[in-house]
Design a protein around this ligand. Structure first.
Ligand SMILES: [Zn+2]
Length: 129
């Protein structure tokens, strides 16, 4: 399966081959800040499965994770592990935004108080074990 997506202005386009490793919603404080959003819904892919076109900027939000964005329109696209293993692709940026549904909530210990989780998905206070 090949999934395509891109940023708001179209300067950055990406393709993801195969199936994601997992599809999760992260509620950690770094994701809230980096995405300017109450949480970060993403599909985690092996970096080798992702093909990227266009000019992106990178910001290290922690020792092990870069945030990747379109330099032109500022759309936040990926959380990119600096060890070269995996990358989180924002679900909202796929051309088919309903391509994936999350299966877990992680870092619920840092969840914004008014965000209500009533989807019966498993919730983890931090990352899953
Ligand atoms: Zn753009």
């Amino acid at each position: 399966m090949t999934r395509e997506g891109g940023c708001l202005c179209g300067a950055v386009r990406f393709t993801c081959e195969g199936e994601p490793l997992n599809v999760r919603i992260c509620h950690c404080r770094n994701c809230q800040k980096a995405m300017g959003s109450p949480f970060f819904a993403r599909a985690l892919y092996d970096q080798r499965a992702i093909t990227l076109k266009g000019d992106t900027g990178h910001y290290p939000s922690s020792d092990h994770l870069d945030r990747v964005f379109c330099k032109q329109c500022g759309t936040r696209l990926f959380s990119w592990r600096r060890n070269g293993t995996a990358a989180g692709v924002a679900l909202a940026n796929f051309d088919d935004r309903n391509a994936f549904a999350p299966t877990e909530h992680i870092w619920v210990s840092e969840k914004i108080a008014w965000v209500r989780l009533d989807d019966d998905l498993p919730q983890y206070p931090k990352g899953p074990t």
